[in-house]
Design a protein around this ligand. Structure first.
Ligand SMILES: [Mg+2]
Length: 322
């Protein structure tokens, strides 16, 4: 990129980042220097590509928000506090309005999450955003591999909204009413469950964030833990908006729809009440959707106890390799 373009990018990011004590050398040098303090760190990376993870006409603000939110969600699932961010941005061209919008979306969420932008890199190419986050664990790491038979499976918030919102985005992108606006917003602006991170460290045996859909992501957790599970489709938490918009499909959307970025965790029955109450104090509802079993495999049962054949997770927008 030309010098002028680099200066522009500098203006949109470096100028807007304030110094932090645990970041003695930040954005603008060849590398960042951190003062991480004692203890272990968690480290995550997630890349989002135009046409795969978000539609081509998504606003800069929505893309900036998403690039960070999906990484925050991974940090939460590990029981870690997100603290430092690196950004790699590939842009087809320098569009000042878009960039300004993008940095607004990214940096507004960074401020809310207590994350410092420590450095970045910009290249010319198809629109793609990679973010890495680093930060201290709240306690022991919460992995996918700790679930034991008898554990309850809890899920935060509501499921299926983002997938319904994606369908609206892929239509004309114009929500017809307040219900559609809410679902579209759920898709465009995923909210990582930051408040759950310390609670997972205290109470959960295993956790995963729901990026690809409940069935797919739960299967990853079960495989990593070497266990199975039985869940109940009628217990899957669904929003009023989803019920108003697509009541009939709501169970299948909740089972398989991606992009909700809710948290699924396995919790010892003795800890469930404490976990649910602590989450409620933080304004997060946790729903008990079933139980971990010794027998491998995932069983999805309907309200009458009959097995439902779970569709595999929906892929992200246009994704071949989501
Ligand atoms: Mg994840």
């Amino acid at each position: 990129m030309s010098q002028r373009e680099f200066d522009l990018i500098h203006d949109f990011f470096a100028k807007r980042v304030s110094p932090a004590e645990d970041l003695p050398v930040g954005i603008g040098d060849d590398g960042a220097v951190l003062s991480p303090g004692a203890g272990r760190l968690a480290w995550v990376i997630d890349t989002i590509n135009e046409g795969v993870h978000f539609p081509p006409d998504a606003s800069g603000a929505a893309v900036g928000h998403r690039a960070l939110a999906v990484n925050l969600s991974d940090m939460v699932a590990m029981g870690a506090a997100p603290r430092w961010m690196l950004l790699s941005l590939s842009l087809p061209s320098v569009d000042e309005d878009w960039l300004s919008d993008f940095s607004d979306g990214l940096l507004a969420l960074a401020e809310k999450a207590g994350v410092s932008l420590a450095g970045g890199d910009t290249t010319r190419g198809p629109l793609s955003v990679a973010v890495t986050l680093l930060g201290p664990l709240h306690g022991e790491a919460v992995t996918r591999g700790g679930a034991r038979p008898g554990d309850r499976l809890l899920v935060s918030g509501t499921l299926g909204d983002a997938r319904a919102g994606l369908d609206i985005a892929l239509g004309d992108g114009q929500p017809a009413d307040a219900v559609e606006s809410e679902l579209l917003h759920r898709y465009l602006y995923p909210q990582a469950r930051l408040a759950l991170s310390p609670l997972l460290a205290r109470h959960a045996r295993a956790a995963i964030d729901l990026s690809d859909g409940l069935v797919g992501d739960l299967s990853h957790l079960l495989a990593a833990s070497g266990v199975g599970a039985e869940i109940h489709s009628h217990r899957l938490p669904r929003s009023r908006a989803l019920m108003a918009h697509a009541a009939e499909e709501s169970e299948s959307l909740a089972l398989s729809g991606g992009d909700d970025y809710e948290i699924l965790c396995a919790v010892d029955p003795a800890s469930v009440q404490a976990m649910v109450e602590a989450a409620a104090e933080q304004g997060v509802t946790l729903s008990d959707i079933g139980q971990v079993s010794a027998e491998p495999g995932l069983k999805v049962l309907d309200a009458n106890g009959r097995p439902v054949s779970p569709e595999s997770g929906f892929s992200h927008f246009g994704a071949e390799d989501a």
